[in-house]
Ligand binder design. Structure first.
Ligand code: 1GP
Length: 251
């Protein structure tokens, strides 16, 4: 049985905090030095994990370098968030081992996974079995993943996919509006998925204010992912306000 160190860590974090913050670092957008400074700051501020990757991050060398540099300086786990097999690099703690369940291209449902799995094993990355669901359309993740985006106002479709994920043994669901999305996943959808899905529920895409984050936390998200807000120079003070607010919001 593979180690479940990171999965157990996330569960124990959930017992202390109601909703967690994961900060996404796209190694191609942030320079190595920026990524290091950012990782250190967000750790101090209460983020529970750093995600490295994204659907447009394809430079493995750059990504491996970022992971290696950050790893030496922080204690919170680094979780890879691959958009393709190029997102599998050594040195991280775990990987969102994801199947893009609503893709129209089987490559993103099972073939990339088969191609990437041996490297995940070789690099000793803990695979976190994740159903990746793309909500809405027009984002890079939607485009590159050939997704048939679940409409924002169809929570029951997201819930049906999440239940299917659970029946398939996946312990994580990621409701993804896409990086820099104009509209984020609606609390109603999170609530509907939460009712039916027993695992760890991640929500991301376009989150940049306390109110949105609090409503998603209240609706039952276990972790919110924030990337673009910081990439675009959003203040750490505001991120801290978001973090504090969701950590005290009861589901
Ligand atoms: C994207 O869900 C993540 O894959 C984070 O989205 O970059 O919009 O914060 P943002």
């Amino acid at each position: 049985m593979a180690s479940m160190r990171i999965e157990n860590y996330l569960k124990s974090q959930l017992k202390k905090k109601n909703t967690l913050i994961f900060v996404l670092i796209d190694s191609e957008v942030s320079k190595n030095t920026d990524a290091v400074t950012l990782a250190k700051k967000v750790e101090k501020m209460g983020a529970s994990a750093i995600l490295v990757g994204g659907s447009s991050a394809t430079d493995q060398m750059e990504m491996a370098k970022t992971v290696k540099t950050i790893k030496k300086l922080i204690k919170i786990p680094i979780i890879l968030f691959p958009g393709n097999i190029t997102g599998v690099v050594p040195g991280a703690d775990a990987i969102l081992f994801s199947s893009l369940l609503n893709s129209e291209n089987p490559y993103f449902i099972s073939q990339a996974q088969a191609l990437g799995a041996p490297a995940v094993l070789k690099f000793g990355l803990e695979p976190l079995p994740t159903a990746y669901l793309i909500i809405g359309e027009g984002t890079s993740a939607w485009f590159f993943g050939s997704a048939r985006g679940i409409p924002f106002d169809k929570p029951n479709i997201a819930a049906a996919y999440s239940l299917a994920a659970q029946f398939l043994g996946m312990r994580f669901v990621y409701l993804e509006a896409g990086s820099g999305a104009k509209s984020n996943v609606k609390p109603e959808m999170v609530k509907t998925v939460r009712k039916i899905f027993n695992g760890f529920l991640i929500v991301g895409g376009g989150i940049k204010d306390v109110k949105t984050a609090t409503n998603l936390a209240k609706a039952g998200a276990d972790a919110l992912v924030i990337g673009t807000f910081l990439e675009k120079g959003g203040s750490l003070k505001k991120l801290e306000q978001i973090t504090k607010a969701i950590q005290r919001t009861k589901k």
